[in-house]
Design a protein around this ligand. Sequence first.
Ligand SMILES: [Zn+2]
Length: 541
Amino acid sequence: MGNRGGPAAPPRPLRPLPRISAPGFTSRVIQVRKRLATRRTRRHDARVPTRTPDPALDREACYRALRTRDARFDGRFYTAVLSTGIFCRPVCPARTPRAEHCVFFPSAPAAHAAGFRPCLRCRPELAPGVAGWRGTANTVSRALALIADGAWNEDQDVEALAERLGVGGRHLRRLFARHVGAPPVAVAQAQRVLFAKRLVAETAMPMAEVALASGFGSVRRFNDAMRRTFGRPPRGLRRAGEGEAPGGAIALRLAHTAPYQWASLLAFLGARAIPGVEQVVDGEYRRTVALDGAVGSVAVRAAPGGGHLLAAIRISRVAALPAVVGRLRRLLDLDADAQAIDAHLARDRSLAPLVAARPGLRVPGAWDPFELAVRAILGQQVSVAAARTLAGRIAAACGERAPGGGLAFPGPERLAGARLDRVGLTRARAAAVNALAGAVAGDASFLQPRGDLEETVARLAELPGIGRWTAQYVAMRALREPDAFPDSDLGLLRAFARGGIRPSPATLARRAEAWRPWRAYAAMHLWTADAGGPAPRRKGA
Ligand SMILES: [Zn+2]
């Protein structure tokens, strides 16, 4: 959505058809009712296939979910209605359209790209993006995250996006066609419009700021795109009285898939909160944030009645807002396919009671991958509380004071040459942090997921002081690898001890084979039940 470092291209004309290259797909094209074309908004002819564009979507199942307004399907598909030209979430309170008028899309951008307008009642821009619903296509999830953060936009080459993901451009385009139903360019355009719609509807931000925050190069382009999509000027979409957070923060809802274990996530983050940087108070997670030269703070709590979280965001540069929201989504693991994960893990006898006790348990992510990786090193061989103290000392010694009074955790440039033995780190651990900082300072994408899990872990483990445990833990939390699994972890081994004898890591790894591709979630269940949390077995192990 963002458009850093260059003017935005004007939104290109919408595509009349989602680009689908699925085998056996017959795109019988029909003309939507004339009145759609002659609407005030004068959209292009919304020509759509009569079949569900994504072969993975089962028409019958989608329609059933739609008729029952089944919340479990929210974010999994979108219903476009031929007679109105509008697309909806499965939970839309509006009257259920007739089956023959419905076309189902796997993503909001796909429906948008096919020429449909987001519904103003169910607000598709608020639906969670279900990760993992797309099977093992982790590459797609990562690409969507980069686009949502504004790290890639359509002014750049698709090849540039593919390169960051470690795949070829053609392969990426194929993956998008199959799993998203729209090419990356259309996704970037749709994301911008949908994010702008949220800011207009949910906040009191001035329109010029909304345009900037959602990545439009100019207010005129923003106005044009909003008119084209919603058939009215942006101010016609504003809701009175929403988005007023105390102290002038931007208040946004963060939707999540259901179920969601907020209490467990909050407890995990609270136990590890870095003094001065983060804190958990009164059921709220707060932290200082710094990214791309912007500084500020975020606070997140559960909404009364559940269903979503509420974020209050202060940021010195509004253009960083999409990235802030994207980072929060990953930190809080909002898009996990919780039902699929729970159902899969519950098939294991030992895990079933844990899943039943904490349905929707998430893997806490990281606000900043570097900060998390430093934390992982500090956590080697010491208690959670001791690691927290060390992290707090590093923040106090090397971090910068943010406007709100909190500390921003120091970046890699700061820590690459810092004398960390002075704050109580052993020489080896100080060297490990320095080496990690040097690697990230020299290569900004060092802590981005690249290749598969094994490649990622091997790359991390090349650094001094980072063994397999640390690498797997970093992969799990900072790189969002749902299948990462620190098999040498003491807490995990303890969970499977029989008669006081712990299994070997190899034995545990064999057992964990059945939990793929969600081993990280199994680890979280075991740690949460054990209450000891992650614990590396030995130095660098
Ligand atoms: Zn709707």
